[in-house]
Design a protein around this ligand. Structure first.
Ligand SMILES: Cc1cc2nc3c(=O)[nH]c(=O)nc-3n(C[C@H](O)[C@H](O)[C@H](O)COP(=O)(O)OP(=O)(O)OC[C@H]3O[C@@H](n4cnc5c(N)ncnc54)[C@H](O)[C@@H]3O)c2cc1C
Length: 547
């Protein structure tokens, strides 16, 4: 039997000039820049696993699950039929299917599983998952980041870590002792202050071999998680705790879900407002050292806040290229129109530079036993988080515009990508807070700035615009630090770093195009407004998804 197809000869017109669905695409093998970045970061050994996952993540079936999960948003069930509190969130089976796919692929465990290049593997798997459906990345990311904080409390880690690393998705709501695998959430933000967590008012008092928490959290995403890393005040100051959803004896912990947020994007995932009513929790790390403890987790989740916008860029670009390759206007395919080619090539430069930087940073996590690599990761992570998130929203919009009116309609992928795209800039440290963190790294850990400069110097001589950008960064680092200038500094560092990574690992037509269009005097303010001559044909050929 030939392939099934819809009826396209209608009573009033023939349906023509519409692209075929962009489905059943292997998201790994169709992405040359991703494969190159993964290999350069030491992840080549995982290519087969990534290819298998890329095929599944890019399949039509998974795309259908993503649509279902977004169309059937999670529902809060506070009480059961008898009026007893249950504080559950009901998800569509498609959401469970997607989360199971991510957990069982190893996204939340690979970084700690002991395989070589584990962080690169985690990053690559989640890069693919974020394109299949990004809303499950929130619980995957938090679960993956949790072991970094739990390290401060070996007895708690001994109980929870094996179930985090089990790579098993068990959606049942019950004490963790009876589950084959767990997911972990994170609840820091309160109404009176999110960035400034020291303003938290949730209180913790010692009780029954643990602590009792009383207070609220204004944001608590993935509230179906099995436990939440959370912050609360003791007499010694802000302290980190792990609050399980269930007590070991089978009673529900007193964590009340007050309501679910109505969000711009990330709609298939639930984000709740919660209250602790004397909720049981175990301490993690030293009393009064809560920020020091949880920041280890945040350092890791920030890596995921870099990979996610890089993945959205790739997805937006791939969809735009696909559409332009199949749609005709004025007797010519869109992809053959010179002005459209400039737009697509410029977006391809941006997408590849984001991917390359993401995996360079992921590599430094794998190498973090080495002091220099850890110092590099310390400063490169906020630089990447700030910059790639600043660049993604406009790229998502531009890719939407490539689709014309169809891009703005909910039937396709572009509206979801667009709504999702600002999220990772806001959570885990909003833009300004991240720039101030870069200043903090420079001031408190000069080694991190030295490692950044060493990385930049390693590219010296490859491109004159890059050499100049590196000199500018060094000059700026030598002058006093001004908070008001922190965004400018972050931008300069990010661009120089992207250039340095590309000249080392990407073909010269990509690196040269990046330097010529981003590091010269007059970069264009919108995609396609490139003053420099770049190899548009090679850029488009490289970025075009291969089915
Ligand atoms: C969809 C979603 C899910 C989330 N999930 C969670 C979760 O699971 N757990 C959790 O704990 N939190 C979560 N958050 C909360 C998020 O982490 C916070 O919103 C974020 O950290 C900012 O805190 P805030 O909202 O209190 O803003 P504020 O701290 O009030 O900041 C507002 C703005 O001021 C800027 N700013 C702050 N300080 C300075 C300064 N010194 N100088 C200059 N500018 C400054 C910030 O960059 C920001 O742009 C989530 C948020 C969203 C949108």
């Amino acid at each position: 039997m030939s392939a099934l197809r819809p009826r396209n000869q209608l009573e009033t017109h023939d349906v023509a000039n519409q692209p075929p669905p962009f489905e059943d695409v292997n998201l790994f093998t169709s992405d040359v820049a991703l494969q190159a970045a993964v290999a350069a970061a030491g992840g080549g050994r995982h290519a087969e696993r990534l290819s298998d996952f890329g095929a599944r993540a890019g399949s039509a079936e998974i795309a259908a699950w993503a649509t279902q999960a977004n169309e059937n948003r999670p529902q809060l069930k506070v009480f059961d039929r008898y009026g007893q509190r249950i504080d559950e969130v009901e998800f569509h089976p498609a959401y469970h299917g997607l989360l199971a796919l991510g957990v069982e692929a190893g996204i939340s465990s690979a970084a700690w599983s002991g395989v070589a290049a584990g962080h690169v593997l985690h990053t690559a798997l989640e890069f693919l998952m974020a394109q299949a459906e990004p809303s499950v990345c929130c619980p995957l990311t938090m679960t993956s980041g949790a072991p970094a904080a739990l390290t401060f409390q070996p007895d708690v880690a001994a109980t929870w870590k094996p179930k985090i690393l089990a790579a098993r998705y068990d959606p049942s709501s019950q004490p963790m002792q009876g589950k084959s695998g767990v997911t972990i959430g994170m609840a820091m933000t309160e109404k009176q202050g999110g960035s400034d967590v020291r303003a938290n008012t949730t209180r913790a008092v010692k009780r029954d071999g643990g602590y009792a928490l009383t207070g609220h959290k204004w944001f608590c995403s993935a509230p179906m998680s099995d436990a939440f890393l959370t912050l609360a005040q003791t007499d010694r100051g802000l302290t980190c705790f792990l609050a399980p959803r269930w007590m070991p004896d089978g009673e529900r912990n007193a964590i009340h879900l007050m309501r679910l947020k109505d969000k711009l994007g990330d709609r298939a995932n639930a984000s709740a407002e919660i209250e602790y009513h004397g909720a049981y929790a175990q301490i993690v790390g030293d009393e009064g050292r809560g920020v020091r403890t949880i920041i280890e987790m945040v350092h890791h989740t920030r890596l995921d806040c870099i990979l996610a916008p890089a993945a959205y860029m790739r997805q937006a670009l791939a969809n735009a290229l696909w559409h332009a390759a199949h749609r005709t206007a004025f007797q010519k395919k869109l992809i053959d129109q010179p002005l459209m080619r400039s737009v697509l090539a410029d977006m391809a430069i941006e997408s590849e530079s984001a991917t390359a930087l993401t995996f360079r940073i992921a590599r430094s996590f794998d190498e973090s036993a080495n002091e220099s690599a850890a110092a590099f990761a310390r400063i490169a992570t906020p630089i990447g988080k700030y910059w790639i998130n600043k660049r993604v929203v406009n790229l998502a919009y531009e890719a939407m515009e490539v689709h014309g009116g169809a891009g703005y309609i909910e039937d396709g992928a572009m509206t979801r990508i667009y709504r999702q795209s600002p999220l990772n800039s806001i959570w885990e440290g909003s833009g300004n807070v991240i720039c101030l963190d870069i200043l903090r790294a420079i001031q408190r850990d000069p080694h991190s700035a030295q490692e950044l400069v060493a990385e930049l110097e390693g590219s010296r001589g490859a491109n004159r615009w890059l050499d100049r950008a590196v000199d500018d960064v060094k000059a700026r680092l030598a002058s006093p630090y001004d908070e008001a200038f922190a965004r400018r500094l972050a931008e300069m560092m990010a661009l120089a770093l992207q250039g340095a990574v590309l000249v080392r690992n990407a073909p010269s037509f990509v690196a040269d195009a990046f330097c010529a269009t981003r590091l010269r005097e007059h970069p264009g303010f919108s995609y396609g407004a490139m003053a420099a001559k770049v190899d548009v044909d090679a850029l488009i050929e490289r970025a075009m998804p291969r089915k």
